[in-house]
Design a protein around this ligand. Structure first.
Ligand code: SAH
Length: 351
């Protein structure tokens, strides 16, 4: 096979293995064994798949690879709870993946695109370089690499949050395929209830996800309670304005019976006044929803500041008093720049 580029098997499910490996006459149980080695046991080498016939292992090795990510950088937060990885793919593209050790398990935040085109004013992912969709294999490779890392401490990935760089709804097929594989028992065995997909508000994507009939948590990045401000902060709002977005969120909750989370970054004197809190409460009244307040991670390239603790608390209380379920995001990994895209930007700037 000298000279021929070997095909990457990462990103295929059992049915895809079956059709891809048809020339070798493999049966479903074999395809499943292969999947278990790759996704569950994290084996990188066909020769280590000891329950496969030796000849098959040789054939696989001749024609296929399991292309992992390479770790360009790894940062540990001082409290030991957060680890941030900068992973590189074969073409040199890099993305960030974050591991958060939560009281309820290990949660990873995966990226779905390298860079991002959404142009949100407060976000570092949008600042640099070209954007491309990640393949299913590249998304799952992030989870496998973190699993390799956790294996050493006897842990594994328990929760998946699709909230790294990129807009998942614009890479829908690869993202949903990734989540399906992650859910399979032969792969990561993660329940859909332990998965969250976050969107900047691509309404057709929200409807599509609702139709999948799987109980994934939907998270909508809201960040402003009225159209004018939201359009300034998030250009996507011009295409998919607030009232329709809120209706789509409500429909998602009604269909899936899952509580929709609205992410709301608090930016000092931009969207954090009592008037904003009242408008936000009004917008979400009667919906199966909760608000996650995120004191902004200031991005050096942008002039947005984090509000004082008093202002954050006043905003939270105003929502609570209006009977809106609300949490303030616990800050994790600020000392390692866990805000979206910040590590990658540093890396790109040096390159
Ligand atoms: N495109 C998707 C998912 C990636 S962004 C989305 O918009 O939801 C993930 C989350 O990080 C979003 O809620 C986004 O608004 C938030 N975020 C981006 N920049 C941030 C910053 N500087 N501080 C805090 N949160 C930020």
């Amino acid at each position: 096979m000298e000279g021929l580029k070997k095909k990457n098997l990462l990103g295929m499910d059992v049915d895809e293995f079956l059709s891809e490996l048809q020339p070798y006459g493999i049966k479903k149980f074999r395809a499943r064994q292969i999947a278990e080695w790759i996704y569950q046991k994290g084996v990188h080498d066909f020769s280590d798949m000891t329950n496969l016939p030796k000849a098959l292992r040789g054939e696989l090795d001749d024609r296929y690879v399991l292309t992992p990510v390479t770790e360009a950088k790894k940062l540990e937060s001082s409290d030991g709870h957060t680890t941030k990885f900068l992973f590189c793919f074969e073409d040199g593209t890099s993305v960030e993946t974050v591991l958060m050790r939560q009281p309820y398990g290990n949660s990873i935040c995966v990226s779905t695109q390298a860079g991002c085109n959404m142009g949100c004013a407060f976000c570092a992912s949008t600042l640099h370089g070209s954007t491309r969709d990640l393949s299913t294999g590249e998304i799952i490779a992030q989870a496998l690499a973190v699993n390799d890392y956790l294996r050493a401490e006897g842990g594994r990935v328990d929760h998946i949050v699709v909230m790294g760089s990129g807009e998942p709804m614009l890479n829908y097929d690869n993202v949903i395929h990734f989540l399906h594989i992650a859910h399979e028992e032969y792969a990561l065995g993660i329940s859909y209830r332990n998965m969250t997909v976050s969107t900047s508000g691509i309404i057709p994507g929200i409807h599509r996800l609702a139709e999948e009939n799987i109980p994934i948590t939907l998270s909508i990045s809201l960040h402003a309670p009225e159209d004018e401000l939201r359009s300034e902060l998030m250009p996507v709002n011009r295409k998919y304005p607030l009232p329709e977005l809120i209706r789509a969120g409500k429909a998602y909750g009604d269909k899936t019976k899952r509580r929709v989370t609205y992410e709301y970054i608090l930016i000092d004197e931009v969207n954090d006044t009592p008037r904003h809190a009242a408008e936000l409460a009004e917008l979400l009244r009667g919906q199966l929803a909760s608000v996650n307040l995120i004191p902004i991670n200031p991005v050096t390239e942008r002039d947005f500041r984090r509000p004082s603790t008093d202002r954050i608390e006043a905003f939270r209380r105003a929502l609570e008093d209006s009977h809106i379920s609300v949490t303030v995001r616990k800050e994790m990994g600020a000392d390692i720049n866990a805000a979206c895209g910040q590590l990658r930007n540093r890396y790109l700037e040096r390159a």
